[in-house]
Design a protein around this ligand. Structure first.
Ligand SMILES: [Zn+2]
Length: 404
């Protein structure tokens, strides 16, 4: 029995701990730009260079005037130095993906260590400068790679948005939709410029860059992403909350996105208005039970916008309100909605853009206030002093008149 326990324990330490701590929790690993309300995305490409697909990727980037980060393999860089030269010439950032593309878990420790070192040496030989970032094949870590990263002074990197361009069932349009609908300001997107993913991405990229730009995003190289830093222990509660409680509520209430633009803060869930009866500007009333939709703000975006100043938060709301008017016109199941309502700490910013507010009953105000301040802090917002939540609402006539 003991004879079995030792190797099992050693395997758990060698693979399990790096998987949990670096790949899953992202502690000490760069995963995204944090604390920025700017609509920037880190655009990254893995596995190249490949003469069959990398040139098309570079052409599409040049055409759109976008620069990105390429996590290249040392062995492929050695075979195609002209592509590395072009990549650097065109202002892209060169980063390391290893020497050969093999999952760290199926390599001997010495081999996994040497792979990182050899890849880094090759990039330095080709460009005269050592790489700054390293992302292992498949994002999978072992202690050996970690030791190499430490010795070479590399910054370990993961991603937040995976394009799945390597998936045989996904075509270029699917990749465009997938990336555009999953991206939030500060995210790091991973695509490929080699292999099956490279083919799909080369075809998808012109459309993807156009779509991201239409949604207000600015893709850039990782090294230029604002607020880029390694994951810390105190990022974990927010991530755990977003992955469990937030996701549960979104499903349970049928919360839907209205727009995937970088500034969008409103999401809605349709349901009868719970009351109390609301006064409208023209003297008419919204009674309890009327067709309505509850507003759910993007907590993280609002916290960041609030941090950047109330002007930024105001701008986010102002840009997002037309999404509500558009939903009334274009989404049949929301077509009969009489009022959009919610409970918010941001009432002072919402009033100037057309919302009306109502005080909540004291008990509800205290309970929701505590909850909303907790969420705001959890998502990294600075404390909002002496602000109580209010019921905020905007009716369909006002919306269609002002923003239709
Ligand atoms: Zn890869």
């Amino acid at each position: 029995m003991n004879a079995l326990l030792w190797p099992l324990g050693a395997a758990a330490l060698y693979w399990g701990v790096p998987y949990l701590v670096w790949q899953w929790w992202g502690l000490g690993v760069v995963q995204r730009g944090l604390g920025s309300a700017r609509p920037e995305l880190g655009l990254t490409f893995d596995d190249g260079p490949d003469p069959r697909t990398t040139p098309a990727v570079l052409d599409a980037l040049a055409e759109a005037g976008v620069r990105a980060t390429f996590f290249v393999l040392g062995s492929r860089a050695e075979r195609h130095p002209e592509l590395i030269a072009r990549l650097v010439d065109e202002g892209h950032e060169l980063a390391l993906h290893g020497w050969r593309h093999r999952h760290g878990w199926v390599r001997w420790p010495g081999e996994a260590y040497a792979d990182v070192v050899r890849g880094a040496q090759e990039l330095e030989r080709l460009t005269g400068a050592p790489p700054r970032f390293f992302r292992p094949p498949h994002g999978a870590w072992t202690w050996a790679q970690r030791a190499a990263v430490r010795r070479l002074g590399l910054t370990p990197v993961h991603w937040t948005v995976e394009a799945h361009d390597w998936h045989p069932a996904l075509g270029p349009e699917d990749v465009v939709r997938r990336v555009a609908e999953r991206s939030h300001p500060g995210d790091v997107v991973v695509l490929h410029d080699a292999g099956p993913g490279g083919k799909t991405t080369a075809a998808a990229l012109p459309g993807l860059l156009e779509e991201l730009s239409a949604r207000g995003f600015q893709p850039k190289p990782l090294g230029e992403l604002r607020g880029l830093r390694r994951g810390r222990g105190r990022d974990l509660p927010k991530r755990a909350w977003a992955a469990t409680v937030d996701r549960y509520f979104d499903r349970a209430y049928g919360v839907e996105e209205l727009n995937y633009a970088a500034h969008s803060v409103f999401r809605v869930a349709k349901g009868p208005f719970p009351g109390p009866a609301l006064e409208l500007a023209d003297g008419s009333r919204i009674e309890p039970g009327a067709p309505a939709a509850e507003l759910h703000l993007h907590s993280e975006r609002m916290a960041r916008a609030g941090e950047a100043g109330s002007l930024t938060a105001f701008r986010f709301f102002k840009k997002s309100i037309p999404d509500l008017a558009r939903a009334l016109r274009e989404r049949p199941h929301l077509g009969d909605v009489q009022v959009f309502w919610g409970v918010s700490l941001f009432q002072e910013i919402l009033e100037p853009v057309g919302f009306r507010t109502v005080e909540l009953p004291p008990a509800r105000r205290r309970f929701l206030g505590a909850y909303m301040h907790f969420l705001h802090r959890l998502y990294g917002g600075t404390p909002l002093k002496r602000v109580w939540p209010k019921l905020v609402y905007i009716d369909r006539t006002t919306l269609l008149e002002r923003y239709g």
